[in-house]
Design a protein around this ligand. Structure first.
Ligand SMILES: Cc1cc2nc3c(=O)[nH]c(=O)nc-3n(C[C@H](O)[C@H](O)[C@H](O)COP(=O)(O)OP(=O)(O)OC[C@H]3O[C@@H](n4cnc5c(N)ncnc54)[C@H](O)[C@@H]3O)c2cc1C
Length: 386
């Protein structure tokens, strides 16, 4: 069986973490993945297990209840979880990278002390509300407003497709909102909204094509009043802040995508050795073996792309282009491998309870969320001066 971790290229602490998460994924996540997918139910018991392992605190310092690891450690965990269940992996990705990370990066001492230990413990989830009905790729088109009234912000508007925003353990959503204008240009800021604030509503969950066990809702804000001190980071820096968060998030989504791509390889290798047709295993046909070889190459190349982007990020160097490249090639690798794995499984590949069928449905959103394929191409083009 293909096993990148056994090549010994990772330092011991990363390798041990990845192997621990791999065991958890195989023993705890995989057995219930098909059931939660079929029932569209949020896997609270699995998420609690991940919380016990400290996964939600991986990249945060111990003083905030974190594990004292880094963003690459988070990526390795996402890769392992993404192999067996993308819904569980995206719950971790959004919880850490979109829910807690903005508070860690841009929060003041009070906000960090109030929220980070809770979010890092995994006992509570945070969400990030950027997308709106009229503002997706063009996220600067946000229409949600926040008006300062004495010592409160009054927020009105709506968000859509927001991950982790309506679970029983969701405690906050950080939203982008227009807080004024400067020289005719919109001033966008980020504000923390605790989910028990009157006027905040997580509308009924979407009926999605995939990621069925992940939690996604439209949100509405109807005269939501929060203290002025809930402003996250500087007023007017909301746009710059979320660009930073999305740049990082793309590396995490790439890691999750590599997991999906590799999961499809592993399933296909097993099946190709086992399934007999015309008196021999289907893998004895070069047409099948070559298909799997190409899938393995895609997963490997995408992995090197996200390792590279993560290494740049952790060394404090510019990483925007590499993060976009990693997200682009890894999401495409996941979708391509899911399509090929489904073909290798024949009719069984079209049955929802099979992992490859789930990857087939789940992988499409990897080419859309946290910046579509076209947005990644725009970013890469811009970095090339085009
Ligand atoms: C399951 C799920 C979870 C999500 N979670 C979150 C979340 O937690 N928080 C959040 O804020 N958002 C979330 N999103 C939203 C997601 O990030 C957006 O859907 C995505 O950014 C695309 O925006 P859009 O859907 O408005 O598409 P649009 O921006 O309307 O794009 C439509 C199409 O046009 C293309 N396009 C747009 N502009 C250009 C251009 N200039 N050149 C070429 N092509 C272009 C796009 O690539 C796409 O193919 C989630 C979405 C889903 C489905």
């Amino acid at each position: 069986m293909t096993d990148f971790l056994s090549t010994g290229t990772l330092p011991d602490e990363y390798r041990e973490l990845a192997l621990t998460v791999r065991d958890f994924a195989n023993q705890v996540v995989a057995p219930v993945a098909a059931e939660h997918d079929a029932e569209h139910s949020f896997p609270y018991e699995v998420i609690a297990g991940m919380a016990d392992m400290g996964l939600f605190g991986l990249p945060f310092p111990e003083e905030f209840g974190g594990m004292g690891g880094d963003y690459f450690a988070l990526c390795l965990a996402l890769e392992e979880l993404g192999k067996v269940d993308q819904s569980v992996a995206i719950t971790l990705e959004a919880g850490v990278s979109l829910g807690a990370m903005p508070i860690y990066r841009f929060g003041n001492d009070k906000q960090r002390a109030e929220w980070l230990p809770l979010l890092a413990s995994g006992r509570a989830l945070g969400a990030f509300g950027l997308t709106e009905p009229g503002a997706g790729s063009d996220a600067g088109g946000t229409r949600t407003t926040a008006v300062l009234d004495g010592d409160s912000w009054i927020i009105n508007g709506s968000k859509q497709f927001i991950t982790n925003s309506g679970t029983d353990i969701t405690r906050l959503v950080t939203v982008t909102a227009v807080t004024g204008s400067t020289d005719g240009k919109k001033e966008i800021s980020t504000i923390i909204v605790p989910t028990d604030t009157p006027g905040f509503t997580a509308e009924p969950a979407y009926n999605k094509v995939g990621w069925n066990a992940s939690d996604t809702h439209p949100l509405s804000f109807d005269d939501v009043r929060v203290p002025a001190e809930n402003l996250l980071g500087e007023r007017g820096r909301g746009y710059a802040n979320f660009l930073r968060i999305l740049d990082e998030g793309r590396i995490a989504i790439a890691a999750l995508s590599v997991g999906a791509a590799q999961g499809c390889v592993d399933e296909s290798v097993r099946y190709a050795k086992d399934r007999q047709a015309f008196g021999r295993p289907i893998g004895a046909n070069q047409a099948i073996a070559f298909k799997i070889a190409r899938m393995e190459a895609r997963a490997h190349m995408a992995r090197t792309a996200y390792y590279d982007a993560a290494a740049l990020m952790l060394s404090g160097k510019p990483f925007k282009k590499q993060a976009a490249i990693a997200k682009l090639v890894a999401s495409e690798a996941a979708m391509d491998n899911a399509r090929d794995a489904t073909q290798i499984f024949g009719g069984y590949g079209f049955m929802n309870e099979y992992a490859v069928a789930r990857h087939y449905r789940d992988s499409k959103i990897l080419e859309i969320g946290e910046g579509t394929t076209e947005v990644q191409l725009m970013l890469i083009g811009r970095e090339l001066g085009l």
